[in-house]
Design a binder for this molecule. Structure first.
Ligand code: PLP
Length: 407
């Protein structure tokens, strides 16, 4: 009889560091401590009224009180197929769409459906915390492709070739990126897609921040989808992930989707039918209202984020020892803090970005996520999904704290 209590796969998995820091900041705030939290990974706007109204109506409709098809309500699958044409230039059948409990669930199901034990998965780093953990849960081996501030946190086709081995099955693409905001141009996406196609890799393209992009002057258009530049043979190996969490400020509703070749989509539905069944019908009805509408509500958020992006980047650029690039999408700034590491706060060594994040929370009452959470020590991630005044206040606390560091 095995004496082991927990399975190795769970023992070896890391908890989401971003959720943990966000939870600590939220509990400090609940205790009445005035913390400025740059840790959140979600828009700070309420879900638009017309979406909430659709949900209220759905709650009262007994049809929504029952199990429905595991892959999603037919109307929603069809509406997602239509926005996939609009946003990714891809004509797909409703059966290629799988409605999931958030984009995270779609990522898990896609990787569980595609990976066999030992398959390598290429992940550009810094990366979103869940990718390598989900790859491992699915039996795969995550392989990071490092990038840094000097390359704008973007990989090149040559990087992919260098890290690709005969064991590599899949490449994870995310543009705009969490945590760096890096967003691939159409030309860069085209070159990447051509190489991924030539190498015969499967690709999971996480496009959850697609509608949150900014140009130098302000809010921008949507980011290029890998689907619109992928050769037809790559489309046969391409899984798109998207959802309403970020685009419509609906993180709590848990509603995302994947768009995949039919055999992959069917595999995911099979898994979902055993794992969780249909996504809550009320959330699906709310999402239906969201995806059927135009992107007016998103445009409003994007304008606010563009304004806050200017405030946070110029603020951080003014902190001695910090170096920051302009994030082109999502709502995160990712400064290098290399210039601060090695200094001391009241005798305590700031030996890493993790130390800095801990000290900022304890001493300056500012929550940030250390780069270590994204395989990028030496950086901090600051979400700018918070009010303009709070951004100014938080940056001023960081500046005051850094000014007190001894060399
Ligand atoms: N992909 C990225 C890069 C993210 O940052 C997130 C959320 O933080 C997700 C996917 C998943 O979002 P959700 O599960 O809320 O749809």
């Amino acid at each position: 009889m095995s004496q082991k209590r927990l399975a190795t796969r769970i023992e070896q998995a890391a908890e989401s560091a971003t959720l943990a820091i966000d939870a600590t900041a939220k509990s400090m705030i609940a205790e009445g401590i005035d913390v400025v939290s740059f840790a959140a990974g979600e828009p700070d706007f309420p879900t638009p009224d017309f979406i909430v109204d659709a949900a209220v109506e759905a709650v009262r409709d007994p049809r929504n009180h029952r199990y429905t098809a595991a892959g999603g309500l037919p109307e929603l699958r069809s509406a997602v197929a239509q926005v996939t044409k609009r946003d990714a230039g891809l004509e797909v059948s409703d059966g290629q769409v799988v409605v999931t409990n958030g984009g995270k669930h779609a990522i898990y199901e896609a990787l569980m459906t595609l990976l066999d034990e030992g398959d390598e998965v290429l992940i550009p780093a810094p990366y979103w915390v869940s990718y390598p953990e989900v790859v491992k849960l699915a039996g795969g081996v995550p392989v990071a492709i490092p990038t840094d501030l000097s390359s704008g946190f973007k990989i090149t086709p040559e990087d992919v070739e260098r890290y690709c081995t005969e064991r590599t099955k899949l490449f994870i693409h995310v543009s705009p990126s969490n945590p760096t905001g890096a967003t691939y141009t159409r030309e860069e996406s085209e070159a990447l897609a051509a190489t991924l196609d030539r190498l015969g890799l499967f690709v999971m393209s996480d496009e959850i921040y697609q509608h949150l992009t900014y140009s130098a002057a302000g809010p921008g258009e949507r980011a290029t989808s890998l689907a619109e530049v992928a050769p037809p043979s790559l489309i046969e190996r391409l899984v798109l992930v998207n959802g309403v969490s970020k685009t419509f400020s609906m993180t709590g509703w848990r509603l995302g989707w994947s768009v995949a070749p039919l055999d992959v989509a069917k595999g995911m539905v099979k898994l979902q039918s055993q794992l969780s069944s249909n996504v809550a019908n009320v959330s699906q009805r709310a999402a239906l209202a969201a995806v059927r509408a135009d992107l007016g509500a998103t445009a409003y958020m994007r304008e606010a984020f563009a304004r806050r992006r200017s405030a946070i980047v110029s603020g951080l650029a003014g902190v001695p020892g910090f170096e920051v690039a302009w994030p082109e999408g999502a709502f995160y700034a990712f400064p290098s803090v290399a210039g601060v590491i090695g200094r001391r706060y009241q005798g305590t060594l700031v030996g890493s970005s993790m130390d800095l994040a801990e000290l900022l929370l304890a001493e300056a009452r500012v929550a940030v996520v250390p780069g270590e959470a994204f395989d990028a020590p030496g950086y901090l991630r600051l979400s700018y999904a918070l009010g303009d005044q709070r951004i100014v206040e938080g940056i001023s606390r960081i500046s005051d704290f850094v000014a007190k560091l001894e060399s």
